[in-house]
Design a protein around this ligand. Structure first.
Ligand SMILES: Cc1cc2nc3c(=O)[nH]c(=O)nc-3n(C[C@H](O)[C@H](O)[C@H](O)COP(=O)(O)OP(=O)(O)OC[C@H]3O[C@@H](n4cnc5c(N)ncnc54)[C@H](O)[C@@H]3O)c2cc1C
Length: 384
């Protein structure tokens, strides 16, 4: 694995860094306060090739690989995690349709995601009664002639009220995980309703809604992959998605560290800058060490995915470690800022709220540890 980005990776990283600085950072506080979904910024990101970074160019993607994606997400999340989560889910949907879709599905839906026409993609797996235990989902899809008819409710769906193209999981048979299939559903399909926007602790510029399907009819050729393969598609997408969340976590953690160093050099106490106090030096030294380790784990998982190596364990390791280190860094950053860390005049208060969900969505920290331990046991059994 190369430690220096190659030319393509550098170009994507620089593009994301410039956009984050010029377009995302100035609006992040406003989006958070007003709970405003960043439609314009998402369209501009599509124009820069950031909505299909690992998607082939023939479908409107940048064809730049997973390491480029991770580097871009780190830059964007450091400026605005709310916008970045919508961008990540859109990339995830575009990749999933590319990987498992028919030629017709790829040509029809992927360019709508990568070009910004769809504004965003949505990934509708969780339900009111099933988050970690995704195989217990209850939404049904019944075949009636040349249509699938969907009934049920999805919960916590990122960008759900705005996404033009969604991937939706539903039960096609009563056979546990093997009875789940995946479907492509377009915004505006009769019978599909987005519910009330959730008022969240953080990521307040990101749209999070329940989706209700009431006799929602979609054409038979909107089945993504084979009938009954839905759970496999979800787990494949989530492995990649976890590299995205780990990258978000690295970005938010890095922003907290940068804000801390800046503040420590400016703030005076006892006749000197607080950066001179050893207690605070140890904070930033630990933050730097932990975030560097998180970045390495994340880029390693990205590199393994890019090189078509098994990366489930690495993605979970990166996700659990980066999200926990990001939360730790944000907590320390608030401490370094004293009282100013607790008010919204300084960015660390928002960073801490934005970081909190990283150990929850796309698989909680506990579920990541389940995945890591299971893979470890399997590898051990295979050796003995
Ligand atoms: C802001 C936000 C955005 C989201 N976006 C999406 C989205 O776009 N699409 C989507 O499908 N979902 C989305 N989600 C849902 C998210 O993925 C779930 O909330 C998450 O997977 C946890 O599921 P749950 O909330 O049902 O918690 P539960 O599964 O009920 O978990 C509750 C607790 O039990 C623990 N637990 C559960 N099972 C085990 C186990 N086997 N071993 C040990 N501990 C366990 C969990 O770790 C947790 O601490 C989003 C959630 C949020 C908050």
């Amino acid at each position: 694995m190369e430690l220096q980005p190659n030319d393509t990776q550098k170009l994507i990283q620089d593009t994301a860094r410039g956009f984050a600085r010029d377009r995302l950072a100035p609006n992040a506080r406003m989006l958070d306060r007003e709970e405003r979904f960043p439609i314009e910024a998402l369209r501009e990101m599509a124009g820069l090739g950031l909505m299909g970074i690992n998607v082939p160019e023939e479908f409107g993607g940048a064809g730049a690989g997973v390491v480029s994606y991770a580097l871009a997400v780190m830059e964007l999340a450091a400026a605005c995690a709310s916008t970045t989560v919508a961008m990540c889910v859109t990339n995830m949907c575009a990749e999933l349709i590319c990987q498992f879709g028919t030629d017709a599905q790829r040509k029809r839906f992927v360019p709508r995601l990568t070009s910004g026409e769809a504004v965003a993609g949505a990934f509708a797996l969780s339900e009111p009664h099933s988050g970690s235990d995704a195989s217990a989902l209850r939404t049904t899809a019944k075949r009636v002639g040349d249509r699938w008819v969907l009934n049920g409710t999805k919960q916590w769906i990122t960008s759900g009220a705005h996404a033009g193209v969604m991937v939706v999981w539903a039960r096609t048979a009563d056979t546990g995980g093997r009875g789940i299939s995946c479907f492509i559903v377009e915004k505006g399909t009769p019978g599909l309703t987005a519910g009330r926007h959730e008022e969240k602790m953080g990521l307040r510029g990101s749209n999070t809604v329940p989706l209700t399907f009431e006799n929602c009819e979609i054409p038979v050729d909107h089945l993504l992959g084979n009938e009954g393969d839905g759970f496999k598609l979800a787990m494949t997408a989530l492995d990649g998605g976890r590299v995205g969340i780990a990258s978000q976590a690295c970005g938010v953690g890095r922003a907290a560290l940068d804000a801390s160093v800046k503040y420590m050099k400016e703030r005076q106490a006892f006749g000197q800058p607080i950066s001179e106090f050893q207690a605070l030096r140890w904070f930033v030294a630990d933050m730097q060490t932990q975030l560097s380790a998180a970045e390495m784990l994340t880029l390693r998982a990205a590199w393994m995915k890019e090189n078509k190596l098994p990366f489930t364990r690495e993605a979970s390791m990166a996700k659990v470690f980066a999200s926990e280190m990001s939360n730790r860094a944000c907590d320390k950053a608030v401490q370094v800022h004293g009282g100013y860390g607790y008010i919204d005049e300084f960015p660390v208060e928002r960073l801490m709220r934005d970081a909190r969900v990283q150990t929850i969505y796309e698989g909680t920290s506990e579920i990541q540890r389940v995945v890591i331990a299971r893979d470890l046991y399997r590898a051990h059994d295979a050796r003995s």
